[in-house]
Design a protein around this ligand. Structure first.
Ligand SMILES: [Zn+2]
Length: 351
């Protein structure tokens, strides 16, 4: 008998539905904290019950949040990463944040629909998602009443560094103001904080720990007021710097062999010309550094699925500290390191 697989981010929707049903007369507040791994959460939240939810593959926000809120695998919701085959069927590749219009995902149900079915007001404080108008965000927040006017890590659609105490205070204000306006019946209030923006540039530093500690204290204070609080995440990050030689090598191979490249941070995928996949796999094995794992896409994305149809046939997965990334970044995500794949599901129960 095979042991049951560990719970994953895809189980978040079902876990939240159980809590919403069990605490039917209470508000439920969800802090959706992009880029927080289990280790950081466990250190900063001594008053919570915190357990592991395994991130989806790749460990990237577009895939992870959609899996968490819809309960669907990446193979089924079909948003596999950052850059992938254009869902409109016009050919070419698209960045998920630039896709507007139908066809992105077959997902229709999510945690906000669950909340409505349970008699709750479904509220989404967009927070740092205000930057990301797209059909991805529409799918993520379908059925929710959007609440705008609260930014934490972004301003003018770019990273904006604020002191830790100010970030936590802004989150507190966003939650308290929203609860005060919707107090007539129990709500689900989901609030997105893109800590990921900071961790990409500075890692899990003192700022990150201060923000998480302050958010944990805020959650504990809500629990004393009969409000159930959950905090969850999409992925963690690991040290990663840009390797310009690798970028040049892949550019050169792409020109010579005619492939294009999509992907998500520390996982990239190549779209070889028809029939050249096996040759390319062998060639890459000789040319690329040893800390880049090369594998067929079918090993990560279920063959024949809508998600698999959008990724290239050959995956490159970083297992080291130098890969392709934004030159501003010191940390990135997308691959299979435990610091990326182990995310928290934390609950502060009503006493
Ligand atoms: Zn990120």
């Amino acid at each position: 008998m095979n042991p049951a697989p560990p719970p994953s981010v895809t189980d978040f929707r079902a876990e939240l539905a159980l809590l919403m049903a069990a605490y039917a007369t209470r508000h439920v507040v969800v802090l959706a904290l992009d880029g927080v791994n289990l280790s950081a959460a466990s250190t900063c939240w001594p008053s919570a019950e915190t357990r592991l939810l395994r991130a989806v593959a790749p460990t990237t926000s577009s895939a992870g949040w959609l899996s968490a809120l819809t309960g669907l695998d990446v193979a089924d919701h079909a948003v596999p990463g950052v850059v992938f085959s254009d869902p409109s069927g016009q050919g070419g590749l698209v960045n998920f944040l630039n896709h507007h219009g139908p066809g992105l995902t077959p997902a229709t149900e999510n945690v906000f629909l669950d909340a409505i079915r349970l008699g709750r007001t479904p509220l989404a404080v967009l927070g740092d998602l205000e930057c990301y108008a797209s059909s991805w965000r529409d799918a993520l927040l379908a059925h929710a009443q959007p609440i705008t006017g609260h930014r934490f890590y972004t301003e003018h659609d770019a990273y904006h560094r604020r002191p830790a105490a100010e970030v936590a205070a802004r989150v507190g204000t966003a939650v308290e103001e929203t609860l005060a306006r919707h107090d007539a019946r129990p709500c689900l209030l989901w609030c997105y904080v893109e800590i990921d923006q900071h961790v990409h540039r500075h890692g899990y530093d003192e700022h990150t720990f201060r923000v998480l500690t302050a958010l944990g204290e805020f959650a504990a204070s809500l629990a004393t007021r009969d409000i159930l609080v959950v905090a969850h995440s999409d992925h963690g990050l690991v040290p990663t710097v840009h390797d310009p030689e690798l970028a040049d090598l892949l550019d050169d191979l792409g020109r010579r062999y005619g492939f294009t490249m999509g992907g998500a941070g520390r996982m990239r995928w190549l779209y070889p010309r028809a029939g050249t996949g096996p040759e390319l796999l062998a060639l890459l094995g000789e040319e690329l550094p040893g800390d880049i794992r090369i594998l067929p896409a079918d090993e990560v994305f279920r063959p024949g699925s809508p998600g698999r149809a959008r990724v290239g046939d050959v995956l490159l997965v970083s297992e080291g500290g130098a890969f392709l990334t934004d030159p501003e970044y010191r940390y990135d995500h997308g691959s299979f390191a435990p610091e990326e794949t182990e995310t928290p599901f934390a609950v502060w129960r009503v006493k």
